[in-house]
Write a protein that binds this ligand. Structure first.
Ligand code: M6R
Length: 615
């Protein structure tokens, strides 16, 4: 969602902040700004603008002339995604306090801001924005008694809601203070400079050594020192994480869009995810970070999966794995629903929280609720050191590399493969035989090649995209393992192409949606060579009868479906349980090329953010 960056060191902070803001663009935003602190205690300088970073760069150029901007070696920047108040100049961050001595940038939502604002107004403060965040700047001014850290700590004690905040003050020209509750803040440790950001992609260009703040932490950073305390000023020590990817991993590498790059990275991402984890001889998977021995796993009698969006669809596939392989009763819920209801959890229940970013607010809330109820919690995350990964306590990383595009692609296929490995590990503590386990592991080892083969179909998929790019509505249908794949295909298409798309269990077609079928409504029928195919074929006939064009995703060489489709995308043969992976890769490419033909801003679709850190 919004992005934060802060810099203190010897260099010109403007360039570093702007480059950090560019790195955070993928999160989605509609205004941006910077606040700079002159070394000599003069007034803070704030430049901000609605629109894109390029607009901010133009405004900065107008604001500064000649060498003037070299004086600013400390500053903060922000990309805002509007929640409270429209994306206007006044609502853009950073916000200044009444006396102009404090500037803040804030991610998250302050739930009690109206009450705080009313009180501050009574005390003579005036507000220039409609945001919830501006109260923070005024509260810091109100609480300030010569100690910036203390003023921030006293302020956050008054706040309800979620925040990641960075604060600078003209009275402390060498210091940035940051605080976190529910919205990530990371600090990069370099020689003679310190970079603070809401996301390591803005840091990794400068250092691989990163510390993630925990909720309740207050960071005081200068160019050569970082100090972390609790709100009550008790020193806390946080582990340093070593980031194992670099700047090239988050650049486009010759691809037109991050989404396409990430689709193409799937063979490698899958290979990285299974490397060293498949024990073919033992017919199981080795996932040390799960920290569960076979006795422990055998005790689990119920699994709850909580996730959002694409991760939720991966979780649906996971439910089938736990039931099919391990015979463990498994529920999957949208994370928001998990927390809003009162799920039945006991000490032998395992909650699996799935999140690419590891920062999704609803999924994090599910993790906390499950801990509270005494469940065992496993996190499946991609971002190392993310909040869900840390708070889950145990889990499995995807090792898919950074996913920048808002539309999640390689995370889905990696999540599915990780879920298969976890399910096999559980299943082997139960009835699954070593022979059956070996076969599953053998099939998993073929995943990179399977992904490669689907990607090779891109020219065919592109041609099909050209034919259907003008459609206004799409349906995706499938059964069994193809049902979550149908939901995911529709989600991918709608979010990046803005075409209305719905995914249905193929059997549901007759219960309503069939009324919408017509010659201008393409139906993507997911019919790889699996037992459920026969029934979906009769649904294809129903589509044919209503003149709805059918795009089949089917197994190479399968002739059973001949005559039932208008167009076909062929995927390589694979075990039924793995079929969501090649099918979804084909869907990703179809969605990508349709969106490209329609001229959509693929990596940053309107209204969407990469990581949804508010409820
Ligand atoms: O980071 P997470 O996996 O927790 O994110 C969950 C969803 O917000 C995410 O998958 C979203 O649906 C994507 N835009 C889908 O492409």
């Amino acid at each position: 969602m919004c992005g934060i960056i802060g810099y203190t060191g010897a260099k010109n902070s403007i360039n570093i902040i702007l480059s950090g803001l560019h790195r955070l663009e993928y999160r989605g935003y509609d205004s941006a700004g910077i606040a700079l602190c002159p070394k000599n205690g003069e007034k803070l300088v704030v430049v901000k603008t609605p629109g894109k970073i390029i607009d901010l760069e133009n405004s900065i150029q107008k604001a500064f002339t000649g060498t003037e901007n070299r004086n600013y070696t400390l500053g903060i920047g922000h990309t805002r995604w509007a929640t409270h108040g429209a994306p206007t100049l006044a609502n853009a961050h950073p916000h200044l306090s009444r006396n102009g001595q404090f500037a803040i940038a804030h991610n998250g939502i302050i739930e009690n801001y109206e009450e705080l604002k009313a009180r501050l107004i009574k005390q003579g403060y005036s507000f220039v924005s409609e945001t919830d965040s501006e109260v923070i700047a005024h509260l810091i001014e109100e609480c300030y008694e010569g100690d910036l850290r203390g003023a921030v700590a006293a302020t956050v004690e008054k706040l309800d809601g979620a925040y990641g905040i960075v604060v600078i003050s003209s009275k402390h020209p060498d210091t940035i203070v940051a605080a976190r509750k529910g919205s990530p803040i990371a600090v990069g440790i370099c020689d003679g400079e310190t970079i603070i950001a809401s996301d390591v992609s803005a840091i990794v260009n400068y250092t691989k050594k990163v510390i993630f703040l925990n909720d309740g932490d207050i960071l005081t950073a200068t160019s050569d020192n970082v100090d972390i305390t609790s709100v009550k000023n008790i020193p806390v020590s946080r582990e340093m994480t070593h980031i194992d990817w670099d700047i090239h991993d988050i650049e486009k590498g010759g691809y037109e869009h991050f989404m396409l790059k990430e689709i193409h990275e799937q063979p490698l991402a899958l290979a990285n995810g299974i490397r060293g984890r498949l024990l073919e001889n033992e017919g199981t998977a080795k996932l040390n970070s799960m920290q569960m021995d076979p006795h422990h796993m055998a005790r689990i009698d119920r699994i709850e999966i909580a996730a959002c969006g694409t991760s939720y669809h991966a979780g649906m596939v996971g439910k089938y794995y736990f039931e099919d392989f391990a015979s463990i009763s498994t529920e999957i819920q949208q994370a928001a629903e998990f927390r809003d209801r009162n799920p039945i959890i006991h000490r032998d229940t395992c909650l699996i929280a799935i999140s690419q970013s590891g920062e999704t607010a609803d999924t994090l809330a599910a993790v906390r609720e499950a801990h509270q109820k005494g469940a065992i919690v496993l996190g499946i995350c991609n971002v190392v050191g993310s909040t869900i990964a840390r708070e889950s306590g145990r889990g499995v990383y995807l090792h898919a590399g950074p996913e920048i595009s808002v539309a999640s692609t390689k995370a889905f296929t990696s999540q599915v493969s990780v879920l298969a490995m976890i399910a096999i590990a559980f299943a082997r503590t139960r009835r699954l035989s070593i022979t059956a386990g070996r076969e599953v592991i053998h099939q998993l080892s073929k995943l990179p090649e399977i992904a490669e083969n689907v990607i090779a179909q891109e020219p065919v998929i592109k041609k099909i995209a050209e034919k259907y790019a003008e459609a206004r509505d799409f349906f995706y249908i499938g059964r069994g393992y193809m049902y979550p794949a149908a939901l995911e295909g529709a989600l991918k298409l709608k979010e990046i192409s803005y075409i209305h798309a719905e995914g249905y269990h193929a059997a549901e077609l007759k219960h309503g949606p069939i009324a919408l079928l017509a010659k201008n409504v393409p139906v993507v029928a997911l019919v790889p060579n699996v037992p459920a195919k026969i029934k979906t074929m009769s649904n294809m006939l129903e589509c044919n009868a209503r003149h709805a064009p059918v795009i089949a995703i089917a197994t190479e060489g399968d002739k059973d479906i001949n005559g039932l489709y208008d167009d076909v995308i062929r995927i390589p043969p694979c075990a039924e349980f793995l079929s969501p992976i090649p099918v979804v890769i084909a869907e990703q490419l179809l969605a990508y090329h349709i969106a490209r033909i329609r001229g959509c801003p693929i990596d940053q679709p309107r209204n969407l953010a990469k990581s949804v850190t508010v409820e």
